[in-house]
Design a binder for this molecule. Structure first.
Ligand SMILES: NC(=O)C1=CN([C@@H]2O[C@H](COP(=O)(O)OP(=O)(O)OC[C@H]3O[C@@H](n4cnc5c(N)ncnc54)[C@H](O)[C@@H]3O)[C@@H](O)[C@H]2O)C=CC1
Ligand SMILES: Cc1cc2nc3c(=O)[nH]c(=O)nc-3n(C[C@H](O)[C@H](O)[C@H](O)COP(=O)(O)O)c2cc1C
Length: 243
């Protein structure tokens, strides 16, 4: 645990839990940052799915879901002189871009990483963004949702291992969103509209609802089955956050 100071500039970067009465912030991270891309649409689909789930699953401690797009926080390839695990206050970083990223990640209590698979791994963009920090991630719950032609499971498994290396509390099961067909993959690669729609609270996001209860329109929606998996894995994340 680091020594906390009162200076605003000397922002602490350790994983001190938010006070019990405070609303937790859960960041849904868009892990790709190419132009064009599908990542923003897919992460938004995940975020909206989780917001629907939130309506029917009250948490003992309130939380807020916020989209965190790497594109909004551009970072050069890692260029800090220090080793992040040795740093316990944002003011110790050399560069303003690192201090800003540190303060942002410190303000979140848990994360959902929404990552594509690139050449059987996760994109360099998310590894670079992760590597800039250490204590800001440490101890916090993390869930991985991957996507790709085969669901992106190879990327998800590698990312889970990296997050474990940061001492994060990683939800055991990742969710893989498999592109349903070749035209879908082409649309994703071009960043075209994928027509993704989160289920409403009458649908299958409900805690114990079964797929059969989904209305006909939603049953045909892309990733209707996976929506249930997202819900189950997210409940594990919230349980870690509340433990
Ligand atoms: N550098 C690039 O631009 C690359 C682009 N792609 C694009 O991605 C699309 C899908 O690629 P594929 O040719 O299928 O390449 P791939 O490299 O993802 O898959 C090749 C084979 O590896 C296995 N595999 C891959 N990922 C897996 C996973 N997560 N779980 C289980 N098995 C897995 C499957 O048996 C699959 O048929 C293609 O349309 C291709 O254009 C694929 C690889 C590299
Ligand atoms: C550099 C690169 C490598 C890729 N490698 C894979 C791969 O290994 N497996 C796969 O299923 N798709 C692969 N794809 C296709 C991506 O899954 C697809 O383009 C997806 O839209 C990428 O996410 P993004 O749009 O958020 O960047 C690759 C795409 C790129 C750009």
């Amino acid at each position: 645990m680091s020594v906390l100071t009162n200076s605003a500039l000397d922002c602490a970067v350790d994983a001190t839990p938010a006070p019990q009465h405070a609303r937790s912030k859960i960041g849904v991270i868009v892990c790709s940052q190419r132009e064009p891309r599908a990542g923003d649409q897919i992460a938004t689909f995940v975020l909206e799915t989780l917001r629907e789930l939130q309506k029917t699953n009250p948490s003992p401690r309130p939380y807020e879901l916020i989209l965190l797009d790497l594109k909004d926080h551009p970072l050069p390839m890692y260029n800090e002189p220090a080793i992040p695990s040795q740093i316990h206050s944002a003011s110790e970083y050399k560069y303003p871009h690192t201090r800003a990223w540190s303060e942002l990640i410190s303000s979140f209590q848990a994360f959902v990483f929404v990552t594509p698979q690139y050449n059987w791994g996760y994109p360099a963009s998310i590894k670079n963004a992760i590597d800039y920090l250490f204590n800001e991630w440490k101890g916090k719950p993390a869930l991985v949702v991957s996507y790709g032609g085969h669901g992106g499971g190879k990327a998800a498994a590698q990312l889970q291992q990296v997050l474990q290396g940061l001492d994060m509390q990683v939800v055991k099961d990742f969710v893989g969103l498999k592109f349903p067909d070749r035209p879908f993959l082409v649309k994703a690669a071009k960043g075209h509209d994928l027509g993704l729609q989160a289920a409403t609270d009458e649908g299958h996001v409900k805690a114990d609802a079964v797929i059969e209860s989904v209305d006909e329109k939603q049953k045909d929606a892309v990733w209707a089955k996976e929506t249930k998996e997202i819900g189950a894995a997210f409940r594990d994340l919230v349980a870690l956050l509340n433990s």
